[in-house]
Each structure stands twice: as structure tokens, then as C-alpha cells.
Design a binder for this molecule. Structure first.
Ligand code: FMN
Length: 370
């Protein structure tokens, strides 16, 4: 590239894109990352959160860490919520600061369901689709413990939970976010409902692939009424592997093909899709995103393990509209500038990914200052 050539001419990652009503100046999305810095009793984001996100405001779009939609949703320590006025006010400080720095930020809202633990709920069982232990590890205030058999949500409680998602969506609007992302990836509650091994229900929320998706679709509709679908995204991980339940097998992938098609009818801003972990599946990243593309009508934000080179290649091949980066954003707040100017990337300190204060959180300098 000559000095006169803008980096966006050679790098699709640096070109603007529109995802629904969201206008991004580049296609480098900051993936949602739980960093467990809300060390206060109210699980409220603080000035430290505002500093962290503002440092990363040059991302085309920031997706906030997953935030709880109600108390039952809680499953890790020191993760902020978005169900109280105090939490909403804390988030308002974050969005104001990000906007003042020229950035855009959507709120990721979620519920850990059966992968939570009684230790988070005063001894009460966590909730799930059915009374099936996901047999995973739960992160409790006393450290990792085995998950337990959850209590199945009743149909009335599902309706209450949909209302809680709607309330969280309203709070996110009041807090000044630019949009909303529904956390349906990994082993979280929606993924549990989508999973035939964990969802053994015989009501309107289980029994067939369509019905297992109904809870998620109810929430998409409810939050869409608050935001307009064109400001709502959904994060899904069809290839997720965890415990005996999440296997990313042919049946799972076929279910997700159907789900991607159905979500296309909701005219969402984007689907945020997680591909296979490198070497973990016979489908490689490009095969996976070709498959997703074939089933998605709308915009796709691609995730998992991308580098500057593979991200540009995926976009060049039109297999996604934007690419999200998680870990690379931890130690490289100016990731977009590093891509633009070919600066090397710094490595993050894993010991401070999920714990600590400013250390390993807001103390990674941009290239210009290092
Ligand atoms: C520290 C950390 C916390 C994460 N927390 C969340 C989260 O709250 N919500 C979510 O959807 N994904 C979460 N993820 C997954 C990332 O969004 C992303 O899918 C993953 O890091 C893969 O992208 P990468 O290879 O670019 O890092 C987290 C990942 C990391 C490393």
C-alpha cells in the first residue's frame, strides 16, 4: 500500500457499513466481554466502565458485556445488570462518555439460566427450560462448582421473563444506548431452550425445533416493540461445544439453519454469529459462514478467532457484513488504528480477564502512547 492509499481501499474491515439503523464508520466490532468489574452491591457500572469503553470508542460498534435482565439471570460475580434504576443511571454515564468520544455502543442483555448456581440465589435453584442438569461448571462466589439440576420455568414465568427483557430493553433506551443485542450464545438460557437435550418441555416452548425457539422469538418481538427491530441484534453460537448437551452436531446445525431463516422475518439490525473454534469441527470458519450466509436474509456480524487478515478475507468474500473481535480488544483499545497502520497487537493478561480493577482493564495504552 502506498502512503497515499487510504487503508479502507485495501481493507474491507475499515469501510463503513449500515446494520439496520446502525451506521458504522468501520466494520471492526468489539465483541461483548464480561470483565467482572462491577464490584459494588448494586451490580452497577462505574466510572471505570465508562473509561474502559470510551478507550475503545473507535470500534465501528461496541457491544457491551452481557448484563443481567433480572436477579434470576445472575450467574457470575461482579457482572453488572440493567434491571434497576441505579444500574440504568450507571450505563447512562457509559453511553454518554462513549458518544462524546464519537463511538456507538449497544447493550447486550442476557440470562444464565441453568448454568447459574444456588450460591447466586440464596440457596434457591437456578431456572432452566427443564429439570436437566447441563453438567457444566458454574462460577460461584466461592469459585467453580458443578452445575445442579435446575427448576423448570413455568409458562407464566416465561411470560414474566419476557416482560423483564422488555423492561431491560426500555432501560437500555433510557440509558442512551444505540441499540440492543440479545445474548443467545454459549450455554445461556436461550441456548438451553434451543437445545433438545436440555429442553424436554411439552408446552408451547418445547417438543419441536420451532417451539424450542419460541421463547427467543417472543423476546425478539417484545424488545423490537421497544427499539424497532432495526436496532436489535441477536448473538448465536450454532457450533458451541460444552458439557454433554452442546455438541454442534448435524441436527443442531439444521435447527439453527431454520432459526436463522425465521429471525430473518424480524428484520433485525444483524445476527452476530459465532463460527466453529479452530480445529474443533469439520467445518472451517469459511464453510460455516457460507452456510450461515445461505440462511440469513439480513446483516451478519462474524465472530470467533478472526485476525486482521482472515477478517478482511471473510468480508472480501462477502460472507459477513462486519467482524467482531473479543480478546484482541482487551489489550488493544485502538485496534482499528492498529489495523489501519499495520501496528503489531499487544497480548492481554488472562489473569485479569474476569477479575481485578483498573489493572488489565483500563491500563492498556494505545500505540501512540506506548
Ligand atoms: C473475557 C471474555 C468475556 C466474554 N464475555 C462474553 C459476554 O458477556 N457475552 C458474550 O456474548 N460473549 C462473551 N465472550 C465471548 C466473546 O464475545 C467472543 O465470542 C469470543 O471472545 C471469541 O471472539 P475472539 O476470538 O475475537 O476473542 C467473552 C469472551 C471473553 C474472552
Amino acid at each position: 500500500m502506498s502512503d497515499q492509499t487510504p487503508a479502507s481501499d485495501t481493507q474491507p474491515l475499515l469501510r463503513p457499513v449500515r446494520l439496520g439503523a446502525l451506521e458504522l464508520p468501520n466494520r471492526v466490532v468489539m465483541a461483548p466481554m464480561t470483565r467482572a468489574r462491577a464490584t459494588n452491591a448494586g451490580l452497577t457500572p462505574t466510572e471505570l466502565h465508562a473509561t474502559y469503553y470510551t478507550q475503545r470508542a473507535s470500534a465501528g460498534l461496541i457491544v457491551s458485556e452481557g448484563t443481567w435482565v433480572n436477579q434470576d439471570a445472575i450467574g457470575y460475580i461482579h457482572v453488572p445488570g440493567i434491571y434497576t434504576d441505579e444500574q440504568t443511571a450507571g450505563w447512562a454515564e457509559v453511553t454518554e462518555s462513549v458518544h462524546a468520544a464519537g463511538g456507538r455502543i449497544v447493550s447486550q442483555i442476557g440470562h444464565l439460566g441453568a448454568v447459574s448456581h444456588p450460591d447466586h440465589h440464596g440457596g434457591r435453584l437456578p431456572v432452566g427450560p427443564s429439570e436437566v442438569n447441563p453438567q457444566e461448571t458454574s462460577f460461584t462466589p466461592d469459585g467453580p462448582k458443578d452445575t445442579v439440576t435446575p427448576r423448570a420455568l413455568t409458562a407464566a414465568e416465561i411470560a414474566d421473563t419476557v416482560r423483564d427483557y422488555r423492561k431491560a430493553a426500555e432501560n437500555a433506551r433510557r440509558a442512551g444506548f444505540d441499540g440492543l443485542e440479545i445474548h443467545a450464545q454459549g450455554s445461556h438460557l436461550f441456548a438451553q431452550f434451543l437445545n433438545p437435550r436440555l429442553n424436554r418441555r411439552t408446552d408451547a416452548y418445547g417438543g419441536t425445533s420451532e417451539r424450542r425457539a419460541q421463547f427467543l422469538l417472543d423476546v425478539v418481538e417484545a424488545v423490537g416493540e421497544v427499539w424497532g427491530g432495526e436496532r436489535v441484534g441477536v448473538k448465536l453460537s450454532p457450533y458451541w461445544n460444552a458439557g454433554p448437551a452442546f455438541t454442534g452436531d448435524a441436527e443442531t446445525l439444521a435447527d439453527y439453519d431454520l432459526l436463522l431463516k425465521r429471525l430473518g422475518d424480524s428484520d433485525l439490525a444483524y445476527l452476530h454469529l459465532v463460527g466453529p473454534a479452530p480445529g474443533a469441527h469439520t467445518d472451517d470458519t469459511f464453510t460455516a459462514f457460507s452456510r450461515f450466509r445461505a440462511h440469513c436474509r439480513g446483516a451478519v456480524v462474524a465472530n470467533l478467532g478472526f485476525t486482521q487478515t482472515t477478517g478482511n478475507e471473510l468480508l472480501e468474500r462477502r460472507l459477513a457484513d462486519a467482524v467482531s473481535f473479543g480478546e484482541p480488544f482487551i489489550a488493544n483499545p485502538d485496534l482499528v488504528e492498529r489495523f489501519a497502520h499495520g501496528h503489531p497487537l499487544a497480548d492481554g493478561d488472562r489473569d485479569t480477564y474476569y477479575a481485578g480493577g483498573a489493572e488489565g482493564y483500563t491500563d492498556y495504552p494505545p500505540v501512540a502512547a506506548s
